[in-house]
Design a protein around this ligand. Structure first.
Ligand code: ADP
Ligand code: ZN
Ligand code: MG
Length: 473
């Protein structure tokens, strides 16, 4: 029998707003447990939520880019459940009238385009966090309660883990460039629940299970493979798949059952009585559309046409929002877009590799690098000094001008010093000199290197070359 895997995704992404969705508490990640709370995000009696407008703007940005239909009138609903991470005992979400419907995200599968259809995108609030101490105790941290989320629900259009990963990468890129989420999986700001079923190729959809607790791309890919195999095993031995929610344990590489699949009735959903319907006008949508941040492919095209970067450089730089931000800042500071691109694709990439720095962890000072770009393009430092100083800025955040003067890296244009060094080397390396004079061009490079070394590597190579030529002829 030939089996096919069918996958649908529910992606939760935390929005990068300053404050929470219905109150003024900070929505930042972390903080001392239970210090970012108020009566509203804990639903104390008598408190009333007020919707953060920014949440709507962010949802609209995403909806425009993904081609969703933006609802002119959407609503909030209450999803009721008791769990210790939810002091309100209900979550404000959208069930009946989500803000966005439809739309699609195109992925590129080895040159083949595939459109993944979206079912809907709705707004909801996050729950708190449970910390299991390992001493049989569980601690509750409610700081995350009320952080705004978008839940992006796809149709069951994926047929492999690879497709899922391509989709998540593309989605992450869009969210980052739109500036609406930081998408840090390790901090929970991008989370995916994976629905999986298997069927005979071309046959009816099978019963699905939903897998939770997937904290990395690697885990998602392993979990999909494991679950598809598990289901095929059951079906081939004549069994039936139970519709249930599974929890993935990445340490042992297995899933276990959390609960049998709930349905909407279990949650006693009802319209949220404390919030008004959300009304969105055509004008507001146009305003958001007009101010949409530039996406990766738009930056790529602009870098090529405006800054004359190569295709390769433009792709490397737009590979991550943080890299393109860094590039644009260095470039703006130094007014040297080509040299700045060369810095990113060269030294910065090399140093990131060497120090195992991921783009999302990149925190190097763009102004300082910009200063170095200016110094090298103005001929104040040579390439060797430049490289050394870039590394010092990258790894130790030194002040570039201080560093250069302390280490004597300013280019020496002192012609008396250059002349002196040239004559010393010509005397020391008499055989190379006569080699050169008898026509061995290669000897010139050697002599040049010796003079540079003598001058501590900081001489202006052009000046050395000129002087050496003159003295040799
Ligand atoms: P529920 O209402 O129970 O949450 P939905 O119909 O909203 O279920 O679907 C949730 C997710 O499951 C969607 O992403 C959808 O694409 C996916 N899905 C639905 N049916 C299947 C299936 N048979 N196999 C795999 N994924 C599925
Ligand atoms: Zn609050
Ligand atoms: Mg659902």
């Amino acid at each position: 029998m030939k089996w096919e895997t069918v996958i649908g995704l529910e992606v939760h992404t935390e929005l990068l707003t300053e404050s929470k969705i219905f109150c003024g508490c900070s929505a930042k990640f972390g903080g001392e447990p239970n210090t970012r709370l108020c009566p509203i995000c804990t639903a104390m009696p008598g408190s009333l939520p007020v919707l953060n407008k920014r949440v709507l703007e962010y949802a609209m940005r995403l909806g425009i880019v993904l081609g969703c239909t933006i609802s002119k009138s959407s609503k909030f609903d209450r999803k009721n459940y008791f769990y210790p991470d939810l002091p309100k005992a209900y979550q404000i979400s959208q069930l009946y009238a989500p803000i966005l419907r439809g739309g699609q995200l195109e992925i590129d599968l080895d040159g083949q385009k595939k459109a993944v259809r979206l079912r809907e995108i709705h707004i909801e609030e996050d729950a708190g966090k449970l910390l299991h101490s390992g001493f049989g105790e569980t601690h509750m941290d409610f700081n995350r309660c009320g952080v705004p989320l978008l839940e992006i629900v796809s149709e069951p259009d994926f047929s492999s883990g690879d497709e899922v990963l391509l989709y998540l990468e593309k989605l992450r890129e869009i969210l980052l460039y739109l500036g609406i989420s930081d998408c840090k999986m390790q901090e929970g700001s991008l989370r995916a629940d994976v629905n999986i079923s298997v069927r005979q190729i071309g046959g009816e959809l099978g019963v699905r299970t939903e897998m939770k607790n997937l904290n990395s791309f690697k885990a998602i890919s392993r979990a999909i493979e494991y679950e598809a195999d598990r289901q095929i095993g059951i079906l081939e031995s004549g069994g039936k798949i139970a519709q249930e929610t599974l929890r993935w344990d990445d340490d042992i590489g297995e899933s276990y059952s959390m609960r049998s699949k709930e349905n909407a009735q279990d949650y006693r959903y009802f319209p949220e009585p404390d919030l008004l319907p959300i009304n969105i006008s055509e004008e507001w949508i146009s305003e958001i559309r007009k101010d949409l941040p530039e996406l990766a492919h738009q930056k790529r095209e602009r870098y090529i046409s405006e800054y004359k970067l190569s295709e390769f450089e433009a792709s490397v730089i737009t590979g991550h929002k943080n890299i393109s931000d860094l590039y644009e800042n260095i470039s703006a500071h130094s007014n040297a877009p080509l040299e700045s691109a060369r810095l990113i694709t060269g030294e910065v990439m090399r140093l990131m590799n060497q120090t195992n720095t991921l783009p999302e962890e990149l925190s190097v000072d763009a102004q300082k690098l910009g200063t170095l770009v200016t110094l090298v393009t103005d001929g104040k430092i040579n390439r060797g000094a430049y490289k050394q100083a870039v590394e010092a800025v990258f790894t130790e955040d030194v002040d570039p001008e201080d560093y250069i003067s302390k280490n004597g890296l300013m280019m020496q244009n002192d012609s008396a010093a250059v002349k002196e060094a040239v004559s010393v080397i010509m005397a020391e390396q008499a055989s190379a000199v006569s080699d050169y004079r008898s026509g061995k061009e290669k000897a010139f490079g050697f002599l040049m290197g010796q003079v540079m070394k003598k001058l501590g590597g900081t001489a202006n190579p052009e000046a050395v070359k000129e002087m050496l030529k003159k003295e040799l002829s």
